[in-house]
Design a binder for this molecule. Sequence first.
Ligand SMILES: *Cc1c(COP(=O)(O)O)cnc(C)c1O
Length: 475
Amino acid sequence: MKLIFERTSAGRHLNLLPECDVPEFALASEMKRQTKPFLPELSEVDVDRHYTQLAKQTHGVNDGFYPLGSCTMKYNPRINEEMAALPGFTGIHPLQDDEEVQGCLEVIDRLEKALCEITAMDHVTFQPAAGAHGEFTGLQLIRAYHLHHGDTKRTKIIVPDSAHGTNPASAVMVGFDVVNIPSDDKGCVDLDALKNAVGEDTAGLMLTNPNTVGLFDPNIAEITKIVHDAGGLCYYDGANLNAVMGIVRPGDMGFDCVHMNLHKTFSTPHGGGGPGAGPVGCKAFLADYLPGKLTIHEDGFKLVTPKQTIGQVRTFYGNFLVVVRALCYVLSLGKEGIPEAAKGAVLNANYMMHQLAHDYDMAYTGPCMHEFVMTLDKLHKETGISALDVAKRLLDFGIHPPTMYFPLIVHEALMVEPTETESIETLDEAVEIFKQILKEAKENPDMLHGAPHNTPIGRPDEVKAARTPILRFER
Ligand SMILES: *Cc1c(COP(=O)(O)O)cnc(C)c1O
């Protein structure tokens, strides 16, 4: 497929911009570029076809099944988009006075209250733009709290090895040292290891729960108690609340702050880099450190700056239209629908795991939460077919591959998260395809090594694509 820059034809264009109806303003000459920018010149139909072709080359939730573990790629109801496109939300400016944007402040306030209810927290900030950004923000709160109490020795964050990869990275970004602790043979936190790790230098613990192998830690209350008794705080990675929302709450499990991914659980489309939102909820004793401004409701909605704020972590209100989508989603599900969605997510994952368990090895036995992890270690040793080969072959059947080689504690891992928005027919079809690929692995391994066969691109050099991407067209 040609790039849009390669389709350019000098002088061709489309006139979509209206006549200028404000006074023209001349920029100082040193602010102007010296050469004309190279912008593609195309007619409307060419632009339309270009983007339609691009869209056909990718795979989204609206193309087919997308069981990408830990990412909660669920269907996002169209009503959310309609609400986020209302001119009252899209036509505002962040510098407008509070009185002029009362409706928008009410949206923020109502979602804050709903998320507080779902997580058992007292306040929520919508500044963070993504999950990892939320982790960074939450850890800043923990850091600010200890410093404010003169507790400068607390420099360590404990991170179990079943945590999401962003957890240790965020802790390092905030300036903490990371203490890794191992999981037990059931895939949960090893309590003895935790007891040995805590001490006077413990700033806190970061826990992903359900963890990245799809398990709800049965010792959760004891875990938070061990950390609190040592003077540390507890951070809950709630990026995927899909299995627990409306059923159990991080605040009730003893956590002091939590981030949520609105672009996972709360139905904002994601992939391709955003925009998303990773709001952070905290208990009242941390609220004074929150970034940005909080909405309060007295005589209309107002914005106030928390007293000991860590400052801004993003401009203005964060990604406001993501907040609109999430509120629409929460209100359309309601108090009954939210736990219903969570149960659907858990049921779908367990159904699929059960249907596959005769053919594929599961990393952990017993019921899972919203996702499950298979290990293709034995298959790899017997046939040479790796998790990557199976993942690539799924593409030929119109299924997005599961998350691969993660969590790191499982060899040849495939992590499957079906989500609650899939029907039993879709799950059954996927199960059949997984089984067929297993047969192919035994009968025709070469074909699998060459998969995918039906996609525009087969096996790009992923390291090169990540490390040295070519993002700019050179003439
Ligand atoms: C997705 C995810 C994150 C990171 O969220 P981003 O929005 O991608 O930064 C963190 N923790 C868990 C458990 C996740 O699944």
